[in-house]
Write a protein that binds this ligand. Structure first.
Ligand code: BG6
Length: 496
């Protein structure tokens, strides 16, 4: 029988750039997401730019893991002839009351959302924050409070201000740490009493794959990536410090994109390969942010590759002293790897892509449903850190069909979630893992980060909008809406 603690934080998750819209309202400045066009499963998204000196205009394709090339002097900007899904997204900016009421109807205890930095400090250097931006989030938090829904707030979720990339060269520049801490301090002070749980950087390890969206570095090199990582770690540690000074109630988590990796064969070379990949693409980030130290295997890698750890006096102490209070992570599935030369990347997934797993089924984007990935992930992370865990993203993208009578029959989503709820329950009850909560990704349909599509839907609630932004934006409850409501009301027992 499934069992969850009474205070388990059931809910859903979102991010400003994929959900909020209102991209140029309320004094907000442009972010890298706002200059990122839509794409599809087979057509990469593109960042559009202009070179002011020559007037040249163009776009650069997303390169997962690879380097994105921008011409010298290129400034990311909005160009005519492109569609930018973040501009309207699914318009939480104007629908937040209706959306929060739907969350309350499902019985949400928590809602994960992000603050767009560029709404709070459209001018990064200003000493005065933008009151309209602050007020918007205050209204949202008050609305959530009305229904006893605890916000879980990400400070940076792929919302890099364009100015940060252009004027500072993104997170590779140490000055950005102070700018971020100023922003974080402003919101930590302003929302005291309204918010309790904070996350610093969404999927911090996605900087391995998405240089512009995650760190705003357009001309990335291995050294700049190492600097950007150090600077985000420092900014996160200083945010933990500030948060604890401002309120005893505050808890600040890190957020890791995580997925179990399976070796395809029992060849020890395959096992070692998977171990190394896990360390280098996932765990070294949490070793620093939760464990408080750069792990030896990472320092050795820097040494071998001639990369400097540009830490100044006191930096490493800061990382140790202000490690995050809890570890939150996304987990959508798992990946398979082998060192044998028949390896071809044929599986899907958000962080790393391996081979197709013959034991699992996949959706149209190649993302596989692994009924045990959550339990495996929870065990690996708890064994390593002994800190409370929170699953802040999990879900399945699917092309749902809105029937004429306004219903949506998403049994595939219910099946996927049922496995995952069972997996969490086993981790809690059989393995004794302290799991704080679960926020299903994209609880109300929003735009896909990877493809910019609308048709890759995750929600319990369908939003009437297509891949070009056409539609009424009306909200419709899917079958999974009623299923999740029952699941929450029964503390995870009723999963039929
Ligand atoms: C995570 C991100 O990587 O995966 C989200 O934090 C994203 O922003 C989610 O939306 C699902 O990925 P996608 O590409 O299907 O939107």
């Amino acid at each position: 029988m499934n069992k969850f603690p009474k205070d388990f934080l059931w809910g859903g998750a979102s991010a400003a750039n994929q959900f909020e819209g209102g991209y140029n309202e309320g004094g907000k400045a442009l972010t890298i997401s706002d200059v990122t066009s839509s794409g599809s499963h087979t057509r990469p998204r593109e960042i559009t730019w202009i070179v002011p000196k020559t007037g040249e205009k163009g776009s650069t394709k997303f390169a997962m893991g690879g380097k994105m090339e921008f011409p010298e002097g290129a400034i990311p900007c909005v160009l005519e002839g492109y569609y930018y899904p973040s501009h309207q997204a699914t318009d939480f900016y104007h629908h937040y009351k209706e959306d929060i009421a739907l969350m309350a109807e499902m019985g949400f205890k928590t809602f994960r959302m992000s603050i767009a930095w560029s709404r709070i400090y459209p001018d990064l250097e200003s000493e005065t924050p933008n009151e309209e931006g602050l007020k918007f989030y205050e209204d949202v938090f008050k609305e959530l409070k009305k229904y006893d829904i605890e916000p879980l707030v990400t400070l940076s979720h792929f919302e890099i201000p364009v100015d940060l990339a252009v004027k500072y060269g993104g997170w590779a520049n140490r000055k950005v740490v102070d700018l971020f801490v100023k922003y974080a301090t402003t919101v930590l002070k302003r929302y005291k009493g309204l918010v309790k749980y904070w996350l610093t950087f969404n999927e911090i390890n996605m900087m391995e794959h998405l240089q512009a969206l995650s760190i705003g570095v357009l001309d990335v090199t291995p050294q700049k990536k190492a600097d950007a990582a150090l600077h985000q770690f420092l900014a996160s540690a200083l945010t933990v410090k500030k948060a604890h000074e401002i309120s005893d109630d505050y808890q600040v988590g890190m957020m890791l994109a995580y997925q179990p990796l399976y070796a395809e064969t029992c060849d020890p070379k395959d096992q070692l390969f998977v171990l190394n990949k896990l360390q280098r693409q996932f765990l070294w980030y949490s070793d620093v942010q939760v464990g408080g130290e750069y792990p030896n295997y990472k320092l050795k890698e820097y040494e071998r590759e001639g990369i400097q750890l540009n830490a100044q006096e006191g930096d490493l102490d800061l990382l140790k002293k202000y490690a995050c209070d809890f570890l939150s992570f996304s987990c959508y599935g798992s990946s398979v790897f082998t060192t044998h030369n028949n390896f071809i990347e044929s599986g899907g997934g958000n962080a790393v892509r391996g081979k197709k797993n013959p034991y699992l089924e996949a959706n149209a984007w190649g993302w596989e449903t692994d009924p045990h990935c959550i339990r495996i992930a929870l065990n690996t992370l708890y064994d390593r850190y002994h800190k409370p865990l929170w699953i802040v993203e999990n879900g399945i993208g699917w092309e749902d069909k809105l029937e004429e009578d306004g219903t949506i029959h998403d049994s595939y989503r219910i099946d996927y979630l049922r496995h995952n709820v069972k997996s969490m329950s086993d981790a809690i009850n059989i393995d004794g893992i302290p799991l704080m909560g679960y926020t299903m990704w994209g609880c109300i349909d929003l735009v896909s980060a990877g493809t910019g599509e609308m048709k890759k839907r995750y929600g319990f609630v369908y939003v009437d909008m297509d891949d070009e932004g056409n539609g009424t934006l009306n909200r419709y409850k899917k079958d999974s809406f009623y299923w999740y409501k029952k699941c929450i009301a029964s503390d995870g027992k009723d999963l039929d």
